[in-house]
Design a protein around this ligand. Structure first.
Ligand code: HEC
Ligand code: HEC
Ligand code: HEC
Ligand code: HEC
Ligand code: HEC
Ligand code: HEC
Ligand code: HEC
Length: 330
């Protein structure tokens, strides 16, 4: 609540609201700082002295000389996104071999086997609502697992150093942007995709030129809304199908039973459905999708109006017939 809204109340009310607001502010600040409480431990800070820099300092331990050396872009980690990530409370060596504390890193660490998501989340009650096992099965049947095999893993989309669970209260536009950025990392970057395939998977504009106002669509719907098969038990569909099976028909979204209600708007749809009497009321909050937004009360009103009109015509006709009859009788 802003000061403006407080000022509109008369004195006694303000005297009540101000302390409440102060308390709320202090409370929310302490909650926020709780979330920020994640911090890097000293060992991880040592790793990031090199792995977060454009250039790092290499010291020759025998001569004591030091040089600045370029850090490869691919090996760079942004400490802020790291800490904000879902696994931001981890030490680097929780996932990586502790032999990485040595530099030059010994050759043996190149052979370390990497954790999979299920190594930590599989069969764990605490994460049951995410259905990790079902996601794993769906992923195994997806185009990426199918054509790229072991080269491609959950980590290919879920950056181990920045993935975060999105805030479901976020605006649809932010949710879509974050989500699509996970695909565009490769499907928009020939440098990365060329390490995986010879195919050109980056020219999305041409491949989607059948879609009018493509830029707007890409801001308002996720890639997975067209490319992944829905699974009722999952919040986020993971079965990405070949592009020949992707959604192309406009009516699949632009209609009252829009597929978006069981995909993109799944989170919101659970709570807010039909709050205002709108079919797809949640969609109306964020977007105007031609054909998908209709109002229940307006529909009833127009049907009632139509019925009244018919009734009116009926009565009118009846009266005329009666009048004609009585005229004829005379
Ligand atoms: C003195 C700078 C420096 C420090 C400190 C450092 N690294 Fe590295 N790291 C590098 C460089 C340079 C490479 C690339 C050359 C190589 O692979 O050895 C690398 C490579 C890596 C790789 C392998 C990347 C790949 O895919 O081949 C990992 C993983 C890694 N470092 C993790 C760590 C961890 C974890 C720490 C801290 C415990 C750490 N590094 C500390 C400079 C450093
Ligand atoms: C939750 C587990 C996890 C944590 C924590 C983690 N990493 Fe990683 N890291 C991985 C995985 C998995 C890969 C391989 C990614 C892939 O194969 O695509 C990786 C890859 C890397 C690479 C190679 C470049 C890349 O992105 O593929 C470097 C360098 C690296 N990690 C450094 C670090 C440093 C430094 C830290 C601590 C600040 C850290 N990692 C913390 C799981 C983790
Ligand atoms: C080394 C073990 C480990 C690995 C590997 C790992 N996680 Fe986690 N994950 C955790 C732990 C521990 C937490 C709880 C972190 C916390 O509460 O701060 C967590 C939290 C999460 C959460 C948030 C749960 C919540 O309720 O907020 C999600 C989502 C998640 N992980 C997804 C993944 C995905 C996807 C992968 C693979 C790409 C993965 N994790 C790999 C250990 C792991
Ligand atoms: C092709 C890319 C891709 C791959 C591969 C992938 N994911 Fe995801 N995953 C996503 C996207 C996109 C999201 C949604 C991100 C968002 O908007 O919050 C997501 C979300 C999740 C979530 C959170 C669901 C929620 O309720 O918000 C979990 C858990 C998860 N993935 C697990 C996995 C596991 C386990 C694997 C491997 C078996 C995997 N993912 C592989 C793209 C991928
Ligand atoms: C790590 C890089 C990477 C990421 C991230 C990624 N992809 Fe892909 N994707 C590829 C590659 C490489 C191929 C080509 C596979 C092949 O050679 O057939 C591909 C293929 C596809 C195809 C099949 C195209 C066809 O020819 O039928 C679709 C659809 C697709 N990706 C959608 C997505 C979506 C949606 C996401 C995000 C949820 C995503 N991809 C994330 C690399 C990636
Ligand atoms: C409105 C639905 C829709 C959206 C949104 C959408 N796509 Fe597509 N996409 C399709 C359809 C349909 C095709 C097949 C087009 C054809 O073959 O004529 C396709 C084709 C593709 C292909 C295959 C290209 C090739 O070389 O054959 C890839 C890769 C792809 N899309 C990735 C993406 C990514 C990444 C996003 C998100 C940024 C995205 N798509 C968003 C419907 C969509
Ligand atoms: C995956 C779902 C989906 C599919 C498939 C889809 N649309 Fe849309 N479309 C949307 C959404 C969501 C918006 C709302 C954008 C906004 O917020 O204004 C939209 C907006 C539009 C707009 C309004 C653009 C503007 O300038 O305001 C037009 C026109 C449109 N779509 C036409 C089409 C046509 C034609 C097709 C089929 C070739 C199609 N759409 C397929 C989801 C979809």
């Amino acid at each position: 609540m802003t000061n403006k809204t407080v000022k509109r109340h008369r004195k006694p009310l303000a005297a009540f609201f101000v302390p409440v607001i102060l308390l709320l502010t202090i409370f929310s600040a302490s909650v926020a700082s709780d979330k920020k409480a994640k911090s890097l431990d000293d060992e991880s800070k040592q790793c990031l002295k090199c792995h977060s820099q454009v250039r790092y300092t290499l010291v020759d331990t025998t001569s004591g000389d030091s040089v600045k050396v370029k850090m490869y872009n691919e090996l760079k980690i942004d400490p802020v996104s790291y800490l904000n990530g879902t696994h931001g409370g981890f030490k680097c060596t929780d996932c990586h071999s502790s032999d990485y504390v040595n530099f030059p890193h010994p050759a043996s660490v190149k052979f370390e086997s990497k954790y999979t998501c299920l190594d930590c989340h599989g069969g764990d009650e605490q994460y049951a609502s995410f259905h990790f096992e079902t996601i794993d099965e769906e992923y195994a049947r997806s185009v990426h697992a199918d054509s790229l095999g072991d080269e491609f893993t959950c980590w290919s989309c879920h950056n181990p150093h920045s993935y975060r669970l999105t805030d479901k209260d976020n605006s649809i536009t932010n949710l879509v942007a974050y989500n699509n950025s996970m695909c565009l990392k490769c499907h928009g970057n020939s440098l990365i995709s060329s390490t995986l395939t010879d195919k050109d998977i980056t020219n999305l504009v041409n491949k989607h030129d059948w879609l009018p106002n493509q830029a707007l669509h890409f801001q308002k719907v996720r890639c997975i809304d067209c490319h992944a098969a829905q699974n009722d038990s999952l919040m986020v569909a993971h079965l990405i199908r070949p592009s020949s099976e992707a959604v192309k028909k406009c009516v699949e979204c632009h209609s009252t039973n829009s597929i978006l209600m069981s995909s993109l708007y799944k989170h919101a749809a659970r709570e807010k459905r039909n709050e205002l009497g709108f079919y797809n009321g949640v969609i109306t909050n964020e977007a105007y999708i031609i054909g998908a937004n209709r109002n229940y009360y307006l529909n009833v009103a127009s049907i009632a109006l139509f019925a009244l009109t018919l009734l009116g015509i009926g009565i009118h006709t009846l009266l005329r017939i009666l009048k004609n009859r009585s005229n004829a009788d005379k």
